[in-house]
Design a binder for this molecule. Structure first.
Ligand SMILES: N=c1c2ncn([C@@H]3O[C@H](COP(=O)(O)OP(=O)(O)OP(=O)(O)O)[C@@H](O)[C@H]3O)c2ncn1[C@@H]1O[C@H](COP(=O)(O)O)[C@@H](O)[C@H]1O
Length: 106
């Protein structure tokens, strides 16, 4: 059982201590362009999987995308804590659709 923060920490560990044969290590060695390409590919796969009535593919592709996003955050030196802080700042703020005329017609 692994949550997103634990996955981030594992990816960070791979960056600090490269491991032979590790896919994460392979991505870091290839560099930012490769990581961005993977994030783009996995995003597209999530979109395509969303159209499939069998939601297991969406679950699978979402996990792939989240992993590659963790690799991107580590590569760019963004601590996971910053994502948590950003999400916490939004808590209770963005659900007030009645206060936001621009989204009332959606
Ligand atoms: N969550 C993941 C995870 N999700 C997806 N992937 C890899 O992402 C790749 C995506 O598959 P693709 O077919 O798109 O890519 P590919 O053809 O294998 O390779 P490229 O296109 O990138 O050249 C696969 O090789 C998967 O194994 C992951 N690799 C690792 N993790 C986690 O990272 C941990 C450390 O992994 P290693 O770094 O490999 O030890 C693992 O224990 C997992 O928890």
């Amino acid at each position: 059982m692994q949550n997103l923060e634990e996955l981030y920490q594992l990816v960070l560990q791979r960056k600090d201590t490269p491991k032979e044969g590790s896919y994460t290590d392979y991505l870091f060695k290839k560099g930012l362009d490769k990581i961005l390409k993977k994030v783009g590919e996995e995003t597209t796969e999530v979109i395509v999987a969303s159209k499939n009535p069998d939601k297991s593919e969406l679950v699978y592709e979402t996990a792939d995308l989240l992993y590659h996003l963790m690799v991107l955050l580590v590569e760019q030196g963004v601590p996971f804590e910053e994502i948590k802080i950003e999400l916490a700042k939004r808590e209770g703020l963005m659900s007030k659709a009645q206060d936001r005329p621009e989204i009332q017609d959606l």
